[in-house]
Design a protein around this ligand. Structure first.
Ligand SMILES: [Fe+2]
Length: 128
């Protein structure tokens, strides 16, 4: 069996972090990944306001600091460890020029899969 086939077979029989890490042990810290995913958007309430009609809009503060920045500030103020602050800071486009941790790479892609699907579903709903 060629290298790719062996790798695919190995990935299919082990949990992803173990399969990706081989014998070196897991590359990811699952607790940090989950905590980062849960807290990534913690700054959104500071970014958005409602206009007089009730429509959600980006507020003045949000125009100055998007939620990855305000989220890091909130999380840091509450003693969240740096590894998780990194995920909050880099989960969106603000992290595109940063070397993301493995946990941040995983969450960044998962977040954009969700975002892209929501965008398509929104367009479809608008056509009806
Ligand atoms: Fe976000």
């Amino acid at each position: 069996m060629n290298h790719c086939g062996k790798r695919l077979r190995r990935c299919g029989t082990k949990p992803l972090p173990q399969a990706a890490a081989g014998k070196a042990g897991p590359l990811t810290n699952r607790d940090n990944l989950i905590a980062g995913a849960l807290l990534a958007d913690v700054g959104k309430p500071l970014e958005y306001d409602k206009d007089p009609s009730g429509k959600v809009i980006q507020g003045k503060f949000g125009q100055q600091l998007r939620h990855p920045f305000s989220g890091v500030a909130l999380a840091h103020k509450n003693g969240i460890p740096g590894e998780i602050l990194h995920i909050i800071a880099t989960h969106s486009h603000e992290g595109d020029n940063v070397e993301r941790s493995i946990e941040s790479i995983i969450f960044h892609h998962a977040d954009f899969v969700d975002f892209d699907i929501a965008k398509v579903l929104g367009k479809r709903a608008a056509k009806k």
